[in-house]
Design a protein. Sequence first.
Length: 242
Amino acid sequence: MKFTTLILSLTAAVALAMSSTAFACDTCGCKSKKASPGKDAPKQATPAKEMPAATAPKKAVVGQMAPSFELTDIDGKTHKLSDYAGKIVILEWYNPDCPFSGKASGQSVHKRGTVKRTQEMTKKANPEVVYMLINSTSNAPKEAVIKRSKESKSQWGLESPILIDHGGAVGRMYQARTTPHMYVIDGKGVLVYQGAYTDDRRGGQGEEETNYVVNAVMAASNDKAPEPANTRPWGCGVKYPR
C-alpha cells in the first residue's frame, strides 16, 4: 500500500514538473520549432547578373542607316551627320598626298576635274546636296595632317569642308579602304552607295567616265536605288594608325 502511494506521488510530481516546464517555455518563447524550408531556411545568395556584352561598333552597310558621326573640320567647325538630316550627303575619303586623291597627278580625281564635275552635276539635280571630305590619315601628327589638308584645300580651291578623323574611328566604322572611297547617303539617312568614284581609275576617259556618285545621287533624288550600289574602290590605302 505504501509502495503504491509512493509510485502515485512520484508520477504526480513528474507530471507537475513537465507542466511547469512547458508553461515556462510558452511564456519565454523558447519552445523549439522545426525549421521551415520556405521561411526559416537560410537563403542562398542570388548569383550576380552577368553584364551584357559590349555592343560592337556599327559598320556601314548599303541599304541600312548610315552610322552617325561627329567630326571637326580643318577650320574648327564641328559637323554631325544628323545636322544634314533630310539632305543627300556625299562623303569622299581624302588624302592630300595620294596621287589618286589630293596630290597633283593625272590620276587625281581633283586635278582631272572629276570632283568639280560631280559637285556641279549633283547641285544642278539637287541644290541641297551636301559634299564633305574626310581625312583619316593617322600616320603623322594631327597638326601635320591638318596643315597639309589646309594647303590642299587652297590648292584645289575646295569649298567643301575637310573633316579630320585622326585615329581613324569613323573611317573604320565606314570601312573606308582607299582614297578616294565614296559614300552616298540619302535624305532618310540610308547608305545607298559605297565604292569607287568612277569606272576610270587612271583618268584617261575624261567626261566619258561613268560617275557612280552622280548616278547614286540622281537615283536617291528620285527615291530609287542606284545601280550599282556597291563597287570596288580604287586609290591609295587609307593611312590608319598601326
